[in-house]
Ligand binder design. Structure first.
Ligand SMILES: Cc1ncc(COP(=O)(O)O)c(C=O)c1O
Length: 442
């Protein structure tokens, strides 16, 4: 017998525009979150290794953030961008103080996608003669019309007619370097190809090159310091604005405040989002002072400087600093990575273990030599872990699908992290056993 409330929920599921017809039976309805834990409507508890789209760098519902948001709600909830609010100015001052050196201007908005668009607009405002903006293969920069076009190709894209065209540049692959090359050679070749494209493959100047210091949604693709240095040199040679998209890597995730600090990158513009809001929608752009500011009307959104999100962000960033979450991410990441490397000795499915910090993933493969992606096996690992009360991230989109992502809040307790990894160990054994059975059946 369905209760009245569950009947309403069932009708709500049918009504949602973003659900497949009839609703996704796998989708949990979350009712509560605290730290690294979430609870579904049946009261079942889960360890959340996704930090809700890698956004709760500070554990969910931190009382400092909640109190700051409530207090702000009592004062003023909304001020249009033609006015300042105290939280806007205080967070501006704080963000500039923690930014990589030289980034001393900041703008705010509510979503990572809109922050990326802000950065692209800043590039165009500053180089109006340029006709191109460059991105990397396998990039992910969001889901607005523009940032979607700046991401890896969308299967069956129906939006193309209204999307800008980006200059798509090759990238090295440290796990699957181009045929017969070492990963260092693949990096050098990619840099050389980019130089060739900029010299002979484009018409007119390039305003900006945007990339993620670690590609997140495109497959947890890590780059070497050599690559980051090479890209900076290329941008300098061509007068290209270098935009680093740290929506996913920023605010302590890598064990440093920014991946730019971790890899020694010198961005001209840095995009932040996700973890900055402490669970509230907040994102923005940091930029070098030498760039012209936006003119009135260039980038004003009604809720772009939303005081409640800014107050939550101010409290979250202060807490990230006070609790030294960068150090926590580094320690927890080291522990997780060591355990995963140890599991890799026993589990043939684990092809590769990736970090740094608490930006951790494993790539599952059917064979360590051919590196054939173990896509169905990965989804099975995800499902079995969820049954056992651990939610891992998975990459389901665009032909990917063989990554298991372990990116919980940076302050996850060692006990919860250990439990999550124990469950992973257990379900990998089960899935490998199922593979053996399938093998013998044939
Ligand atoms: C690197 C990167 N940039 C931009 C975005 C878009 O952020 P949002 O979903 O808040 O618009 C994401 C989201 O996953 C991201 O990972």
């Amino acid at each position: 017998m369905l209760t009245h409330q569950s009947q309403i929920h069932a009708r709500g599921r049918q009504a949602l525009l973003h659900e497949p017809a009839g609703g996704d039976p796998d989708k949990l309805t979350l009712v509560k979150a605290l730290g690294s834990l979430v609870w579904d409507e049946a009261g079942k508890e889960y360890i959340d290794c996704t930090a809700q789209a890698w956004s709760n760098n500070l554990g969910a519902n931190d009382p400092r953030v909640i109190e700051a948001a409530i207090e702000q709600t009592r004062q003023i909830t909304h001020a249009r961008p033609t006015f300042h609010t105290p939280v806007l100015l205080e967070l501006a001052e704080l963000m500039v103080s923690i930014a990589p050196r030289g980034l001393d201007r900041v703008g705010f908005t509510l979503h990572g996608s809109m922050a990326v668009e802000m950065a692209l607009k800043l590039a165009m405002r500053n180089r109006p003669d340029a006709q191109h903006i460059a991105i990397l293969h396998d990039a992910y920069h969001g889901r607005s019309l523009t940032t979607m076009a700046a991401s890896w190709p969308h299967p069956g894209n129906v939006f193309g007619v209204l999307q800008p065209r980006f200059l798509r540049l090759p990238r090295p692959d440290l796990y699957r370097p181009r045929a017969n090359l070492t990963s260092a050679e693949d990096t050098d070749l990619s840099l050389q190809l980019i130089r060739d494209i900029l010299a002979k493959g484009t018409e007119g100047p390039v305003a900006a090159l945007i990339y993620e210091p670690i590609q997140g949604n495109g497959g947890h693709n890590v780059f070497s310091t050599r690559w980051h240095r090479g890209i900076r040199e290329i941008c300098d040679e061509h007068g290209i604005m270098l935009i680093i998209d740290e929506v996913q890597t920023g605010l302590g995730r890598t064990g440093r405040m920014w991946a730019s600090d971790y890899y020694g990158i010198d961005p001209d513009v840095l995009v932040f989002g996700k973890g900055v809001g402490g669970g509230f929608p907040l994102a923005g752009v940091l930029a070098k002072r030498r760039y012209a500011k936006f003119l009135a009307g260039d980038d004003q959104l009604t809720f772009g400087q939303f005081p409640i999100a800014l107050a939550a962000g101010l409290a979250a960033v202060r807490a990230i600093i006070a609790d030294d979450l960068c150090a926590r991410a580094a320690e927890n990441g080291k522990y997780a990575t060591q355990r995963l490397l140890e599991m890799q000795q026993r589990h043939p499915l684990i092809g590769d273990v990736r970090s740094p910090g608490l930006m951790v993933s494993i790539e599952l493969v059917r064979d360590r030599i051919s590196k054939e992606p173990a896509t169905t096996e990965s989804h099975r690992v995800f499902e079995l872990a969820q049954e056992r009360g651990v939610i891992f991230g998975e990459s389901r989109y665009g032909g990917l699908g063989n990554l298991i992502k372990i990116k919980p809040p940076l302050d996850i307790s060692r006990e919860h992290l250990a439990t999550a990894l124990d469950v992973l160990d257990e379900v990998l054994t089960i899935v490998e056993g199922e593979g053996q059975e399938r093998f013998h059946d044939h």
